[in-house]
Design a protein around this ligand. Sequence first.
Ligand code: PLP
Length: 409
Amino acid sequence: MKTMNHKNNDNFFWTWTTQRHAARLSVTGSHDCYFRTSGGHHVLDAISTNFQVAFGHSCAPIKQAIHEQLDAMPVANPKHQFELKNRVSKRLCAFVDAGPGRIFYTLSGAEAVENALKMARQITGRNLVMARTKSYHGASMGAMSVTGDWRGQGHFGVQDATLKIPEPFEDPDLSLTRHIIESSGANNIAAMCLETISGMNGVIIPDAAWWRGIEALCHEFKILLIIDEVSCGFGRTGKNLAMHHYGIKPDFVCMAKAISGGYIPFGALWVKEGSAQFYADNMLSSGLTAYAHPLGLAAADAVLDLLNNAGFQSAKVALTGEFSAGLFDLKRHPRVKAIRNVGLMAAIDLKNNANDPPKMTWEHGLEHGIHFAIKENSIILAPPFVMTSKDNQLLFHALEKILGGGHLT
Ligand SMILES: Cc1ncc(COP(=O)(O)O)c(C=O)c1O
């Protein structure tokens, strides 16, 4: 399967790469949990494309909801009120389950983060935002500024308004984080912006004590808490939102990706009613042309139905068990250093061979018919919730082959 593109004359940009060396996979279609390549292969989408295709590529209820909405009313003005908008907003607030709140709609995760940052600054009158190093929050200016990984190191962000805090394992009792707050002046800090469980940055799962400490610091210093559930939300970790594992009660929750199964660009920002009330008499200086887009709302409505469906949930629980069992077996592989797993999300850290350090790439997966992500020396998996047992077996069979014969470069 040829993926490297050394002579790039395409009339579009490839993201997060130099154009000359953009890796690519030529596809002609997708179905169930697979992409069909132009060479006629079927590649298992073990990363749900980019975490968003949680319900697979052939999800009839999402497709039907979009089709029906396309006929009923494909577009609406942000000032329009309609039943679907009322219903989905109510359902999303219940789904977040963190007390009274309301929804600001977006088309992406970055915009959800961006609007949370804007609101937190406006509500508190403070400018600084605290964020983790191993984090990604989106590619717009504000979201990129609070992004800790290499993608936030570009020249377009407003990093001087960001305070980087250590990773949970580096600061388990949060004394370093407290020091950062005290030395920067709590009165200057509007918010903390944190992924509940980081996905692409290595499935880092903070313990409950760390999260309790974060909430206590926010409470003590009146810092608003922005939770980013863009990757880990919507059933990915086994709960509706990852924050439900910890009982976190945030001020903002950013959602996107699986909110629409990825079938249509859509996102949502939940804002706690106490903060939302700020805008009762203050101007909300934010909006977008496709705000509360009916097709996105229809897709989200179908996604919420699926996550409430007992049959769907029990099949998902069974798959989660099979997925975890596969990971458990893989732990014994000599090339595996550690595995972190929660629900249908996992990072497999690979060992560095002293003589010839292995460098696993995306292409190694494709050569064996699976599509995963690579972060440094880890394989990241986030398969669709609708994988069959056979798909799961295929995934682990391929992983064993890749690890067994992985190219050492
Ligand atoms: C945790 C997290 N937040 C925000 C984003 C940005 O979302 P989008 O690409 O939809 O703007 C991403 C995207 O990967 C993400 O993983």
